[in-house]
Design a protein around this ligand. Structure first.
Ligand SMILES: CCCCCCCCCC(=O)SCCNC(=O)CCNC(=O)[C@H](O)C(C)(C)COP(=O)(O)OP(=O)(O)OC[C@H]1O[C@@H](n2cnc3c(N)ncnc32)[C@H](O)[C@@H]1OP(=O)(O)O
Length: 195
């Protein structure tokens, strides 16, 4: 069985956020072992529903702690759309408050707690179907320039991601990024995602 996340409930109107990449372990629909989360922005919060399945087993019938951490890391990364900056996880801390059964829908909600120069503190909660919080996450993200992803990752993949995020203007986004200081401050135009 493969994880297939439910759509956001009808009647609400949060904005669907773009994928990190089609094969992203957290949100990529083309990763058969991934979590296939669909992330939404709702004001200053972001959220996604996650259903752990046989790909994510720890103890029989329960989600692996690493899979729970991966889901949190991915959703915390979507909070960067609220901060309007690119950043990467520097540290991630999970509180496993209760077992997380497979095949149950968990709603993860994340919010930026604080921002100080390049450092963003982002926190999340993960609630089971009855609303009980079963895990929480706290992370420090560090703002990086686009060159970080070009230097360390797959430049073609970064280009495709930027092209989606900028409605086909990746060339311009990358040209602009190349002219910027290495580590723009969050909240400035230079540090933001082009949108
Ligand atoms: C466009 C795509 C957007 C997608 C966003 C999805 C977000 C999802 C959340 C994630 O999963 S992010 C993945 C997990 N996190 C990381 O991979 C972060 C790895 N850590 C770092 O790259 C650095 O520690 C960090 C940028 C957070 C902070 O580095 P600093 O800029 O404060 O300074 P430092 O002196 O430690 O490092 C300077 C440079 O050397 C690199 N570096 C440090 N130690 C190194 C080492 N030992 N070997 C090789 N490179 C090293 C470091 O990555 C950095 O590269 P950039 O200048 O390109 O950003």
């Amino acid at each position: 069985m493969t994880a297939q996340q439910p759509d956001y409930p009808r009647g609400s109107a949060p904005a669907r956020l773009p994928l990190h990449s089609p094969r992203c372990m957290g949100c990529g629909p083309d990763n058969p072992a991934g979590l296939r989360m669909r992330a939404f922005r709702d004001g200053d919060e972001v959220n996604a529903d996650v259903v752990f399945d046989e790909h994510h087993v720890g103890a029989p019938g329960l989600a692996h702690g690493g899979a729970v951490a991966a889901a949190c890391d991915d959703l915390l990364g979507f909070a960067l759309f609220v901060a309007e900056t690119a950043a990467v996880t520097r540290s991630l801390s999970i509180e496993y408050l209760a077992p997380v059964p497979l095949h149950e829908t968990h709603r993860i909600t994340a919010r930026i707690q604080a921002q100080d120069a390049r450092r963003l503190n982002i926190a999340a909660t993960g609630a089971g179907p009855d609303g009980t919080v079963r895990f929480t996450a706290e992370a420090v993200f560090i703002v990086v320039s686009l060159q970080h992803f070009l230097r360390h990752g797959d430049p073609d993949g970064v280009w495709r991601l930027l092209d989606r995020l900028t409605d086909g203007n990746a060339d311009e986004a990358l040209r602009t990024a190349a002219e910027l200081p290495e580590h723009p401050q969050p909240g400035t135009e230079e540090g933001g995602w082009s949108s």
